[in-house]
Write a protein that binds this ligand. Structure first.
Ligand code: ZN
Length: 513
C-alpha cells in the first residue's frame, strides 16, 4: 500500500497555502474583536490580498504539476503507482485535494475578485439598510450578488438545479432533492406540534432571565463551562464580539467569542456553550494533518452538529443543570435564589415563535431555516422576484410561525448571509440540528451512563467520544459516510423529531391536552 508520505512535495505546497489562509483568518478574527472601527477598509484589502495569493497558489501550474504526479488531471482519480494501491487516508486526501483544486480552477480569478468586491460592498449596504429598516436601498446590491451567484453556479456546474452547485460548497453531497423531503418531514411534524404547544395551558414565565446580571460574572461562568467541556485555554481564547463565532488558525490556536448583555442571561451562556462545541471540534482535529484536507472540518452541517449537540442536547438538559445550576445560583444568588432547577429548566426550553432566527428555540429554529431554504432556492432559480421579498417573507412567516415582522430589519434584512453571497449556507443549520441529536443518541447508546457523568459535571467522557468518532477524522470521510460510520445510518430526521416531541410533550404536558 502506498501512503501519504510519498506525496510530500504536494503536502508542502498545501501547507504553504494553509499558512496564508490561517494568517488571513487571524486578520478576520482581529477585525471582529479588537480592530478599531477606522481600520475596516484597509483590513478588507489586506485580507483580500492574502486570499488572492492563496487562490493563485492553489490553481498555479506548480500545484497542477504536483497533483498530476498522483492524479489523472482529467478525472481526478488517483493514478496507480507501480501497481501499488493507495491506502485509505491517502485516497481520501487526494479525493479532497482534487475537490478543492478543481473547484478553484473552475472560477476565473477575475470573477473571484469581482464577487469578493461586490459582496464586501453589498455587506456594507446591507448593514446600513438593516439599521434603517429599508429593504429597497439594499435591493440593487442584492440583485448584483444574485446574478454573480448564478454565474458562479454556471462555472461550477451542477446536476438538476443551479442551487445544488452552491449547496455543495458548504455541505458536500447535499442536494435539493435530498433536502426537500427532509424539510417536508420536519414541517409536517413541527408545525402541528407548535400549534399544540401554543394551545397548552402550561405558561412559562421567563422574565427573571432578563433581570440585571453582572457581565463579568456571566463571562466567568461561561469560561467555567468551557473548561468543564474540555475546551483547552492553552490552545484557545474566549473574547467578545458583536456576533459570537469560532475561528481556528491551527488545532493549537482556536478562538471562540461570545457577547454579554446585562439584561439577557441566555445570550452569553448559550453562545459560550455553542461556540465551545465548535471550538472542541477545531481543537480535536489532528495537528499532524494541518495544511491538508484531513486536518479540516468535514462540512458546515457536521460542524454545526457539534455546537448544537453541546448547546441543546447537553446545555438544555436536566442532567447538565443538575451539576451547574447550583453553581449558577451561587453566582447570581440575588436573582436566582427563588428559582428552583425545574423552573430554570422550563424557562431555558420555552417555545415561543419569534421574528429573529438567532433567538429561536430548538423547535421553531428549523422553521426559520425552512423559510430561508425555500426563498433562496427560488431566488437563485429566478422563480422569485427580489423586489417582492418582504411580502414573500411575511407570507411564509405567517404560515410557519404565525407571526409577521413589521420592520425589514426584523424580517428579510436580519441575516448577513445573502449580502455575503452565502446562498446555500442556511440548510446546514438544520442539518446540524438533526445530526446533533443523531450523534447524541448514539453516544447515549454506547455510553449508557453518560447522563450520570454529565450530572456529575464530568463532560470529558462525551468530549472524548466525539473526538474519537468525529473530530480527529477531518475530511477523511464524506459527511454521509461519517454519519454512517458513527451511527450506522445516513442522516435521519427521526431521532430529532422524537427528541423534540418527547421533550416538549413533557414540558407542555401535551398528553393531558
Ligand atoms: Zn454554530
Amino acid at each position: 500500500m502506498k501512503s501519504l508520505k510519498t506525496v510530500e512535495p504536494l503536502l508542502n505546497r498545501l501547507l504553504d497555502i494553509q499558512r496564508i489562509n490561517s494568517a488571513a483568518s487571524v486578520l478576520s478574527w482581529d477585525q471582529e474583536t479588537y480592530m478599531p472601527a477606522g481600520g475596516g477598509t484597509a483590513r478588507a484589502e489586506q485580507i483580500a490580498t492574502l486570499q488572492g495569493i492563496a487562490h493563485r497558489h492553489l490553481v498555479s501550474s506548480d500545484t497542477e504539476r504536483l497533483l498530476g504526479t498522483w492524479l489523472d488531471l482529467q478525472t481526478g482519480l488517483p493514478l496507480e503507482q507501480d501497481g501499488e494501491l493507495w491506502d485509505e487516508s491517502s485516497h481520501s486526501l487526494l479525493r479532497e485535494v482534487w475537490r478543492d483544486y478543481s473547484r478553484a480552477k473552475k472560477l476565473p480569478s477575475e470573477f473571484v475578485m469581482r464577487l469578493s468586491r461586490e459582496c464586501s460592498l453589498a455587506q456594507q449596504v446591507w448593514a446600513e439598510a438593516r439599521t434603517q429598516n429599508n429593504f429597497k436601498s439594499f435591493l440593487p446590491n442584492l440583485r448584483m450578488v444574485l446574478s454573480l451567484k448564478r454565474e458562479e453556479a454556471q462555472y461550477l456546474g451542477f446536476e438538476g438545479t443551479s442551487y445544488n452547485a452552491l449547496l455543495d460548497v458548504y455541505e458536500p453531497g447535499s442536494t435539493v432533492d435530498g433536502l426537500r423531503p427532509l424539510f417536508a418531514q420536519l414541517k409536517a411534524r413541527l408545525v402541528p406540534l407548535l400549534k399544540r404547544i401554543q394551545q397548552s395551558s402550561v405558561q412559562i414565565d421567563d422574565t427573571f432571565l432578563y433581570h440585571a446580571y453582572d457581565q463579568a460574572r456571566q463571562l466567568e461562568f461561561g469560561r467555567l463551562v468551557l473548561i468543564a467541556m474540555g475546551y483547552d485555554f492553552e490552545k484557545g481564547r474566549l473574547d467578545l464580539s458583536a456576533h459570537p463565532f469560532t475561528t481556528s488558525f491551527h488545532p493549537t490556536d482556536v478562538r471562540v467569542t461570545t457577547r454579554v448583555y446585562e439584561h439577557d442571561l441566555p445570550s452569553c451562556l448559550f453562545s459560550c456553550i455553542h461556540e465551545g462545541g465548535h471550538g472542541l471540534y477545531d481543537q480535536g482535529l489532528d495537528p499532524t494533518h494541518y495544511g491538508t484536507p484531513l486536518g479540516e472540518a468535514v462540512s458546515l452541517g457536521i460542524h454545526e452538529s457539534q455546537s448544537r449537540l453541546w448547546e441543546n442536547c447537553v446545555g438544555r438538559s436536566r442532567a447538565f443543570w443538575r451539576f451547574f445550576y447550583p453553581i449558577l445560583q451561587a453566582t447570581f444568588h440575588h436573582q436566582l435564589r427563588a428559582v428552583d432547577m425545574e423552573q430554570f429548566y422550563a424557562v431555558i426550553n420555552r417555545v415561543k415563535p419569534s421574528l429573529i432566527r438567532v433567538e429561536a428555540d430548538e423547535l421553531t429554529y428549523n422553521l426559520h431555516i425552512m423559510l430561508r431554504f425555500e426563498i433562496e432556492q427560488d431566488l437563485i432559480e429566478g422563480k422569485a422576484n427580489p423586489e417582492e421579498l418582504p411580502d414573500i417573507w411575511s407570507h411564509k412567516m405567517k404560515e410557519y410561525l404565525g407571526i409577521v415582522p413589521s420592520l425589514d430589519g426584523d424580517g428579510v434584512l436580519q441575516d448577513v448571509h445573502w449580502s455575503m453571497g452565502a446562498f446555500g449556507y442556511f440548510p446546514t443549520y438544520t442539518l446540524g440540528n438533526l445530526y446533533a441529536v443523531q450523534f447524541y443518541e448514539q453516544a447515549k447508546h454506547e455510553i449508557p451512563h453518560i447522563e450520570e457523568e454529565i450530572a456529575a459535571g464530568q463532560l470529558m467522557v462525551l468530549r472524548r467520544w466525539l473526538g474519537h468518532k468525529i473530530h480527529r477524522w477531518g475530511r477523511m470521510f464524506t459527511p454521509d459516510h461519517l454519519a454512517q460510520r458513527v451511527t450506522g445510518v445516513s442522516l435521519n430526521p427521526e431521532p430529532f423529531l422524537r427528541y423534540i416531541e418527547r421533550k416538549y410533550g413533557e414540558l407542555y404536558q401535551l398528553d393531558k391536552a
